[in-house]
Write a protein that binds this ligand. Structure first.
Ligand code: ADP
Ligand code: ZN
Length: 289
């Protein structure tokens, strides 16, 4: 009999990436669907997975989400600004068709887990992963466990100090000038009047971007002292950013603590765009045991 497969769902605000893989975390097949309404998108997801013989599914979802197993709304997307998905029973919708173990966490936790088991944090005890894209999110892992309490972390909404030359007011719908409001892709675009992809490498926007992301790295370093800080998401595809972030971080830290070598401490995801899928597969594998 053929080996049963693991399923992976990266549920993002613009697209859902679904895939299947094997126990050694090899991705066998992967597809992408636009995020529209739960009825439309989930039908595509369910029809996709019906083609395979699955033993477990790992889901990394945009949020906020309810992660408490004993809560009446466990497995729901909760207070998301994407109104069609507010209070959507994600795990319930899957369980109707797939009576198998389903792991449930945030999209950024899933990517962090991928890097932890098979990427930049492989072999280390802990890591923090930030994604800097349409939004900013962060997740932390310690000895294979996500750090969480009453809910999952929302590191993207930390308060940051304004860059002295920055006149942009910020665009987080909740806090205006939090980290996400100042440094996510849409903030770069609103401030400069052009998408990040189109800005020259020496544009002042990148100095500001590095200043904000370095503050996230600084705060996280002092809060958690992780073994490695992994920075992913579309914005980090700008190669000039990483050295600028390390430089700003060093300036802020003033040698207060001795971190690992910065070239090894502040890094981009080794798995690149596969971090989320591999993380979801690994979470599925863990829940299947
Ligand atoms: P999402 O967060 O929607 O999953 P991305 O991580 O690609 O997707 O983030 C999209 C945001 O990142 C957009 O605001 C886009 O302008 C910005 N972005 C994507 N690629 C780049 C790039 N190469 N350089 C700068 N900004 C980018
Ligand atoms: Zn915010």
């Amino acid at each position: 009999m053929a080996e049963k497969l693991l399923g992976s769902i990266e549920a993002g605000g613009t697209k859902f990436v679904c895939g299947v893989g094997t126990d050694d975390l090899t991705i066998v097949n992967r597809v992408s669907f636009p995020t529209t309404t739960p009825a439309e998108t989930m039908k595509l997801v369910i029809d996709y997975f019906k083609q395979f013989d699955l033993k477990a599914i790992g889901v990394g979802s945009f949020g906020p989400i309810d992660i408490h197993q004993d809560s009446a709304t466990y497995g729901f997307i909760t207070t998301t600004p994407k109104l069609a998905w507010e209070n959507f029973d994600f795990i319930g919708a899957l369980k109707k068709y797939f009576d198998i173990p389903i792991a449930w966490t945030t999209d950024v936790n899933a990517a962090a887990y991928g890097e932890y088991v098979a990427g930049s944090a492989q072999g280390l005890a802990s890591c923090v992963y930030y994604t800097i894209g349409t939004g900013i999110g962060g997740g932390a892992i310690q000895e294979g466990q996500f750090i969480e309490g009453f809910s999952h972390p929302e590191m993207g909404h930390m308060i940051v100090k304004k860059h002295p030359k920055d006149t942009f007011v910020g665009n987080c719908p909740f806090h205006q000038d939090c980290l996400e409001g100042m440094a996510a892709g849409p903030a770069i675009e609103k401030r400069a009047g052009q998408k990040g992809q189109e800005l020259p490498a020496d544009h002042v926007a990148w100095a500001m971007e590095a200043y904000y992301i370095a503050q996230a790295v600084y705060n996280t370093t002092l809060l958690l002292s992780p073994d490695v800080m992994i920075l992913g998401g579309g914005v980090m595809q700008q190669p000039q950013l990483l050295p600028k972030i390390r430089f700003e971080f060093e300036k802020m830290l003033k040698n207060y603590v001795k971190t690992p070598l910065l070239e090894e401490y502040i890094v981009t995801p080794k798995l690149g765009n596969d971090a989320g899928t591999i993380g979801c597969l690994a979470l599925a594998r863990k829940t299947a045991i």
